[in-house]
Write a new protein. Structure first.
Length: 223
């Protein structure tokens, strides 16, 4: 039997309340795989930023920042901002300058996947991640908190031989309706992918190594 992976970051983070500003089960699972046990704290941020005002990288970071600060405001009202670490993330799929989030209908799901399959340009998954660290010295002011942000990009090579009928049936099954881009790499959606270039877990919902590195940096430890 394998022994538990030991790293100084786990002792450091035990001094903080670690909140995941998301209800995504995939992000929670990834953090648990990394050895963390976050408290789920849903964000009330509306996620209604105009895509026309930002680059894709800026859009995902600003959305993640909005989620994080919304949770911070909730905790502040509850007097719970001392010794907390917040992590928020936003993930979108981009192709030919179009940002694809969660499809609202089966038809939208179908058309989006068809366009991505037929495109000569790569399908790219962008995640923006924000980590906020607060202790008593911040005086309950977010601008005094330690904040780090980063983006991760993974390219997906779509399988060109996938038929319209296959995509239609996939859209009707509903698997992709709750994920950015409308297809799950950890499900039947992977059948429409020829391969990826980059972090697999970024496509699932949260970059793996870079998230761990950033939490380590926030707590003055190293990978």
């Amino acid at each position: 039997m394998a022994t538990k992976f030991e790293h100084p970051v786990y002792e450091k983070i035990s001094n903080y309340s670690f909140y995941l500003c998301s209800t995504s089960p995939r992000r929670r699972e990834i953090l648990e795989m990394l050895g963390f046990d976050p408290v789920i704290r849903p964000s009330q941020f509306e996620e209604n930023l105009s895509k026309l005002d930002y680059t894709v990288e800026e859009y995902v970071v600003e959305t993640a920042k909005g989620k994080c600060l919304a949770v911070w405001d909730q905790l502040k009202k509850e007097n719970k901002t001392d010794n907390v670490l917040l992590l928020s993330a936003d993930t979108v799929v981009e192709n030919e300058g179009v940002i694809y989030e969660k499809p609202k209908t089966q038809e939208e799901n179908y058309r989006a996947i068809c366009r991505m399959r037929d495109s000569e340009k790569p399908v790219r998954v962008f995640s923006g991640v924000v980590v906020l660290l607060s202790d008593a010295s911040t005086q309950r002011k977010p601008d005094k908190c330690k904040i780090k942000t980063f983006t991760e990009i993974t390219e997906i090579v779509m399988e060109k031989s996938v038929s319209n009928d296959f995509i239609r049936k996939y859209s009707e099954c509903g698997e992709g309706h709750q994920v950015a881009g409308g297809f799950k790499i950890q499900g039947s959606g992977a059948l429409m992918m020829k391969g990826i270039n980059g972090d697999y877990y970024n496509v699932v919902g949260l970059p793996y190594t870079k998230t761990f590195q950033t939490i380590c940096d926030m707590l003055d430890t190293h990978l």
